[in-house]
Design a protein around this ligand. Structure first.
Ligand SMILES: Cc1ncc(COP(=O)(O)O)c(C=O)c1O
Length: 553
């Protein structure tokens, strides 16, 4: 499930190569120590990320995406080109019976290549041909020992990772601001969460990462209570690009033989520029799930699950993926993963320009009166890095909420990735053009000029006094609460009840109530506040949040 509030945008931005750069080690499958590169601390004033020591050896530029460079793309192309009478699914029969409105929309090529699992196209769940070849090439490029292609987004990768590592009743350490897919994984697996509360900046209404000492403390508490721990899950980077120190978290977990799963949905690009933070796999994680469709260039819903080390059973992961994914995987999605991988293999320098533009944009926005840009200095914790391609802008000094700033920018045809109560986030990518980031900066200046004096006397009503993460009381594990008999109650009357559903206002995308938690006065006040601001609510049966489901036998 996508956590986007708005239609996915093509945000943009720009700037100069960061000063803190040292080359990375050559990329090779992880048989060597995960500690093969040291991490330099970020310059928080510039929000440059942690840098590794050695330069990645990305595949050299080669021929365009075809032939051996993208086996799945090539196989799909040649299979679709065969002049055969098809008596198989899908019923549009390679487009011959396609609805004309869709043909107009996406073209005949999309239909002619929308093929099922024909023998020459391999089998996603028992790959031994072109899919295996494509996945192996991806594993090599992304530095994993094994990579799975996913057709149900990172959501199914996270669910499979949790199910493969945790048996029902096992504990899993997770950040309280985890994505909704982690909660669904708890419901599916029966794992019991031990939450870590990340640092929360109320002025930005943004949560950060988690720290190794928090993980250490959580594991010690579980050990003291004689609880079995299946895994530790870290979200790194967060939606806003904040990274946790995965390497140190791994150092806490691996001596205890506890695998580390990283929700790296927003970090699929980290392998491909030396100013990006190190990837989870480079830092020793056992499983890393990446939404290739977010910052990289595959089709929406296509993702990858990478594995390294020997702590997790690869066959179990495969079994879980088979359980969770469609038995009719889309070859358009699968081949788009292969193509995205080949595109990166061909051009090792492709992120130079987006990084430069993002850094320039960040610098230019930062000096505009009344505006500020999120960086690591916004957090007291020692988070190691922030993604330079994620630019989060606040106009709260102009007394504008994130929503108001977004409305004004949208009037100028600037569409962001994410809007919050206090800030707007822009995602720069390989498609970002210089004219786009220039327009963003111009509009931001216009916003500042217009509102700097106009709003001087305005009272800002959007500052939260309490964190949505501060207090929560778990009465039932999510799985038990999910399957229990439920009743619906008017939101205002739910105080003290055990919540039977996930209530996750978006933004900031932090679950305020997770199935099994007690509805408190703080959670109610926060939810009524965000509901009245018109925020989108994920997970709840009543998206308008007039009522909630509670456990009622
Ligand atoms: C942090 C995080 N993890 C996981 C996901 C799920 O990713 P997908 O949409 O690829 O299923 C998202 C989606 O936005 C996310 O923000």
């Amino acid at each position: 499930m996508s956590m986007l509030l708005l239609p996915p945008s093509s945000s943009r931005s720009m700037a100069p190569p960061p000063a803190l750069r040292s080359p990375r080690a050559p990329i090779s499958p992880r048989t060597e120590s995960p500690r093969r590169h040291a991490i330099a601390r970020c310059d928080t004033s510039r929000t440059t990320p942690r840098i590794s020591e050695t330069e990645p050896t990305l595949a050299q530029p080669s021929a365009p995406v075809q032939g051996a460079t993208a086996p799945l793309v090539q196989a799909l192309k040649s299979t679709a080109a065969q002049d055969v009478s098809c008596f198989h699914f899908p019923g549009h029969n390679q487009g011959k019976a396609a609805p004309s409105s869709m043909l107009d929309l996406i073209g005949a090529g999309a239909f002619s290549h929308d093929l099922p699992e024909l023998p020459e196209l391999d089998d996603l769940f028992y790959p031994n041909g072109v899919i295996l070849d494509a996945q192996n090439q991806a594993a090599q490029l992304f530095g994993s020992s094994k990579t799975w292609f996913l057709v149900n987004g990172s959501t199914c990768g996270i669910q499979a990772a949790v199910m493969a590592t945790c048996c029902p009743g096992d504990y899993i350490v997770v950040p309280r601001n985890c994505h909704i897919s982690v909660i669904s994984a708890l419901v599916l697996s029966g794992a019991v969460p031990k939450y870590i509360v990340p640092e929360y900046n109320s002025a930005w209404d943004i949560a950060g990462g988690i720290t190794p000492s928090q993980v250490d403390k959580a594991l010690k508490e579980l050990e003291k209570d004689d609880k079995k721990v299946g895994a530790v899950l870290v979200t790194s980077p967060t939606y806003h690009g904040i990274c946790s120190d995965v390497q140190c978290i791994v150092d806490v977990c691996h001596p205890l033989h506890i695998p580390v799963i990283v929700d790296e949905a927003h970090g699929a690009h980290f392998r491909f520029h030396h100013s990006f933070p190190s990837t989870a796999i480079e830092q020793g994680a056992d499983l890393a799930v990446q939404s290739t469709h977010k910052v990289l260039n595959s089709l929406t819903q296509s993702s990858m699950l990478h594995m390294a080390g020997g702590l997790v059973d690869a066959d179990k992961v495969s079994q879980c993926l088979q359980l969770l994914q469609s038995s009719s995987p889309s070859y358009l999605l699968l081949s788009s993963l292969d193509a995205a991988r080949a595109q990166l293999s061909e051009n090792a320098k492709s992120f130079d320009e987006p990084v430069a533009m993002a850094l320039e944009t960040r610098d230019q926005l930062m000096v505009i009166p009344g505006l500020s840009v999120l960086d690591l200095s916004c957090f007291a914790s020692d988070f190691p890095a922030i993604d330079p391609l994620r630019v989060t802008l606040s106009a709260s000094d102009l007394h504008l909420s994130g929503y108001e700033a977004d409305d004004i920018l949208e009037e100028h045809q600037i569409v962001c990735e994410l809007v919050g109560t206090q800030a707007v986030t822009f995602a720069v990518n390989l498609g970002t053009r210089r004219q786009d980031v220039q327009k963003l900066v111009q509009c931001a200046k216009h916003l500042s000029d217009k509102y700097i004096s106009a709003n001087e006397s305005r009272f800002s009503k959007h500052n939260y006094v309490c964190s949505p993460l501060d207090k929560f009381f778990v009465k039932l594990p999510p799985r038990e609460a999910f399957f229990t008999k439920k009743r619906r109650v008017c939101m205002e009357d739910s105080l003290g009840e055990i919540c039977g559903e996930l209530i996750c206002p978006y933004p900031p995308g932090i679950p305020v109530l997770i199935p099994g938690e007690v509805v408190t006065q703080d959670s109610l006040s926060y939810l009524i506040n965000v509901r009245d601001q018109g925020m989108t609510i994920s997970g709840a049966a009543d998206g308008e949040l007039n009522s909630i489901m509670y456990e009622g036998r």
